[in-house]
Design a protein. Structure first.
Length: 462
């Protein structure tokens, strides 16, 4: 990879991705010439363009900027871009060294004290919460987040002081997190996922074991109680657990809902913190905030700063994201795309709004994930009162014969279930008397959000 001190120009293939755009913003801040390609325009690419970062969307190598000096040009790509892509082929033929986002993130962590947040679910929320608590304290931090923080309306945070602390979301996809050698780390869950990459659940666990082994001597691992962590993975670090339901080093207790907020106390190795208020909804987010508070305390944030800052946390875009509250309907959008995530989101809605009817729209993400977890998806969606299941979002994959939305629907026991496509919305909702509406999925279902909000605004009183 081009040495950081030699970089003058940065070009990103897949610049509109959440992790890629954070790197684009970082290098723009660092004074580099930054530009990139993405397949389709999005609100995020529009923001990058408004920030002075040119982006083009046509698959044409001639639209690339002049990249003449290989020794000072950093080319970053996402695995979603195929090797057959014209720009990729021209860059490789030109002798440019193309590096993955994870390699760059690993390089940026060198010389910094890094907190890496990993896990098959919840890592974006815990990353963003941890960064928020550090940012709102005297500690401060850099942060590369896998979602758009509602507090700062960005996925990149830069320190206001001389902080050398960096918070990074550590993605297990494609073994990306093995590029990081953090001072401290979090593991939220280790459920089977990305089996197209790992093959077996055991191989996934082995990768997490390697990740833990890369935590620097004298550092620490914080893990969700119940996750099968083996202390032999790294004998040179401290281990801490967190939970909302079991005895743990950091445990949320006396959890109650009042006035639309969660109130709880926190048992810690440093004493009890009483009277924490979290306005961001979802019981799962009490658990995520427990992890974030633990990591903040381990890095010097005070109890007083915790009590002052937690109530102001506004959440992450597409993570239990309440997009509309009307006279009779509440609409929540969520990124959940694994059975465990769907279950956690739906149960959190039940806990927050007991006795109300929940209508869910789910878009499966990846043919392999649908194939591997069809039974789990069916069981989770059966927790709804009404379910609409969209066709599979393929992302980087080719279709698999026999794998489609019907594979999930045929396994569901729910009576009110329906197969649909994006073009059916929003008018298909005329057939439903909406109370709580959920959209769930990691594909392009987010493009339905604005039309659904507009539909609800226009039809609430009909």
């Amino acid at each position: 990879m081009v040495e950081p001190e030699n970089i003058k120009q940065v070009y990103l293939l897949g610049i509109g991705g959440i992790g890629m755009s954070a790197l684009a913003r970082y290098f723009k801040f660092a004074g580099k010439r930054v530009s990139g390609y993405d397949k389709t325009p999005s609100p995020l690419t529009n923001e990058l363009i408004a920030e002075g970062i040119p982006v083009h969307f046509k698959e044409d190598p001639d639209l690339m900027p002049a990249l003449s000096d290989r020794g000072s040009t950093l080319v970053i790509y996402t695995p979603a871009v195929p090797e057959s892509f014209g720009e990729m082929k021209r860059l490789r033929a030109g002798g440019f060294d193309l590096v993955k986002r994870s390699e760059v993130l690993g390089a940026l962590s060198h010389g910094r004290s890094c907190i890496a947040v990993a896990g098959t679910h919840g890592k974006t929320s815990v990353t963003t919460m941890t960064a928020y608590l550090l940012k709102e304290s005297q500690v401060d931090c850099f942060a590369f987040m896998g979602g758009i923080s509602r507090n700062y309306e960005t996925n990149l945070l830069l320190p206001a002081n001389a902080s050398n602390l960096m918070v990074a979301e550590a993605d297990e996809f494609d073994r990306s997190f093995l590029r990081l050698f953090p001072e401290m780390a979090v593991i939220t869950w280790m459920d089977p996922d990305h089996l197209d990459i790992y093959g077996t659940a055991g191989n996934l666990v082995d990768a997490f074991a390697t990740f833990v082994g890369q935590i620097r001597a004298g550092g620490a691992l914080l893990y969700r109680k119940g996750v099968a962590i083996d202390p032999s993975w790294n004998k040179g670090i401290r281990y801490y657990s967190y939970s909302v339901s079991e005895a743990a080093d950091f445990k949320a207790e006396n959890i109650a809902v009042a006035d639309g907020a969660y109130h709880f106390d926190l048992i810690t190795p440093f004493g009890e913190i009483k009277g924490i208020t979290l306005h961001y909804p979802g019981l799962m987010n009490v658990e995520n905030m427990t992890a974030a508070i633990a990591m903040a305390l381990l890095n010097g944030v005070t109890k007083e700063e915790i009590l002052a800052s937690v109530p102001g946390y506004k959440g992450v875009e597409r993570r239990f994201d309440i997009r509309y509250k009307g006279k009779r309907t509440i609409y929540i959008d969520d990124y959940g795309h694994h059975p465990r995530e769907l279950e956690a989101t739906i149960k959190s809605v039940r806990h927050l709004y007991p006795g109300r009817k929940i209508t869910g729209i789910f878009q499966p993400h990846l043919f392999t994930r649908t194939r591997d977890f069809a039974n789990g998806f069916a069981e989770s969606l059966d927790l709804l009162d009404e379910a609409l299941v969209m066709e599979i979002y393929p992302a980087r994959e080719e279709p698999i014969p026999g794998v489609d939305a019907g594979m999930i629907l045929n396994r569901m026991k729910l009576k009110s279930k329906r197969r649909c496509s994006a073009t059916d919305f929003p008018m298909i909702l005329n057939d439903y008397h909406l109370d709580i509406l959920l959209t769930l999925g990691a594909g392009d279902i987010d493009r339905l959000v604005k039309p659904l909000v507009q539909y609800l605004k226009e039809n609430e009183d009909i």
